[in-house]
Design a protein around this ligand. Structure first.
Ligand code: HEC
Ligand code: CU
Length: 370
């Protein structure tokens, strides 16, 4: 018997099983087994992915702010379950139709119809209602979270650079890079702009992304709920090292935050530790404050006052360097200073500014700037 899509002329009318179809009962059972196996595999995969979710520090589904994050989470849940319902109904109807009205040997061409006004009106109105249901709370949330920040909150000016972040606290007199501190339970207001191309500032645990645009100011605010370190990154493709443009938000208790601000406001002052080699440190200080570095980096209290690269006044106090891609230690600072583009392709700090030996001295000095 032929199994082509078009039934042979004169085939039996639909609904009357032919003799040969009844004589071959194995085929539908085999298909059912395949379908069931597919469904089970899908369920297993979903369970596996759900189990992994807690290991992702940048998940968007686990908000740690008291306003922006939960606003988005509630909106997501509000839309997610109706979407699941729509999915199940539509896909269920589709699967049912595929199975129930599949071509069977001996079944003829089904009745041909054209147009159904009632159905067409229904499937135009139903999605319109669904879209309105989504649009109203979405637009409301957008307006709330786009607003400029309330007075009295911690003000941070975010400047995106290819490929690192600058954080200025205009009211507190602090400038830092790639890692910034905020107090728990207090609203933080960001004004954002870019020094070059469009970036996007994103700390997923706090809430949504916000574009960082040159010659334009965007606003963002949220209230961190608890202390901890939260990872973020640039979320708008900005050429070579976009993927290496990461950031860390450290939420402190209000006391720890104040202590951090007090330290950051001070001039650079080497703070040797047990492993410090003082001769090397002095040599490094000399190299940095009289070398090419001063043209691009600021080290408060020294002649270095460049604005091209990150502020290094307290670079030793940061957990990472180079926008979150290297752990902060002497070896990594030395490696970085020798050849930044080898570590971060495209990095806008030139290689070979210092020799191998001098890089060790530079690292000894910079790492002591706590
Ligand atoms: C032409 C400008 C320029 C010069 C000169 C320059 N840098 Fe940089 N530097 C940068 C830029 C830009 C970055 C950020 C790179 C990135 O993360 O993508 C940077 C990053 C750094 C960092 C990492 C800071 C952090 O917190 O991530 C260190 C450390 C550093 N420079 C040290 C030096 C030293 C030491 C010298 C002198 C020997 C020097 N730089 C000279 C532009 C410069
Ligand atoms: Cu980017």
């Amino acid at each position: 018997m032929s199994m082509t899509c078009l039934p042979p002329a004169g085939a039996a009318p639909r609904g009357l099983p032919s003799v040969s179809a009844a004589a071959r009962p194995e085929r539908p059972r085999a298909r059912r087994v395949v379908l069931l196996a597919g469904l089970l595999a899908l369920l297993g995969l979903t369970a596996l992915l759900a189990g992994c979710a807690s290991q992702y520090p940048q998940t968007t589904l686990d908000p740690h702010s008291t306003d922006f994050g939960p606003d988005i989470q509630n909106l997501f849940v509000l839309i997610f379950w109706p979407a699941v319902l729509v999915f199940v109904v539509v896909e269920g109807a589709l699967l049912y139709t595929i199975v129930r009205y599949r071509q069977r040997p001996g079944h003829g061409r089904p009745r041909q119809i054209h147009g159904n006004t009632r159905l067409e009106i229904a499937w135009t109105i139903a999605p319109a209602v669904v879209l309105a249901f989504i649009a109203v709370p979405t637009v409301k949330t957008i307006f709330v979270t786009q607003a400029n920040v309330a007075p009295g909150s911690v003000q941070i000016h975010v400047i995106g650079h290819q490929w690192w972040w600058e954080f200025q606290y205009p009211e507190l007199g602090v400038v830092t890079a790639n890692e910034f501190h905020v107090p728990a339970g207090q609203t933080v207001g960001f004004t954002e702009t870019s020094a070059d191309v469009i970036h996007s500032f994103w700390v997923p645990a706090m809430g949504g992304k916000r574009d960082v645009v040159p010659n334009h100011q965007n606003y963002l605010w949220f209230t961190p709920a608890q202390t901890g370190t939260f990872l973020g990154q640039c979320a708008e493709y900005c050429l070579d090292a976009h993927a290496d443009m990461r950031l860390r938000m450290i939420v402190d208790t209000p006391q720890d935050f104040q202590a951090w601000v007090d330290r950051q406001k001070q001039n650079a002052q080497p703070q040797p530790d047990a492993q410090t080699n003082m001769d090397l440190l002095k040599k490094g200080e000399q190299l940095v404050t009289t070398g090419a570095c001063v043209g691009c980096h600021t080290i408060q209290g020294t002649p270095a006052n460049g604005k091209v690269g990150p502020n290094l006044t307290h670079v030793g106090s940061r957990q990472t360097i180079a926008a979150g891609i290297l752990e902060n230690n002497r070896d990594n600072i030395a490696r970085w200073v020798r050849n930044p583009p080898a570590i971060k392709p495209g990095a806008k700090m030139p290689a070979n500014l210092v020799s191998e030996d001098d890089a060790r001295a530079v690292a000894e000095y910079l790492y002591s700037l706590k």
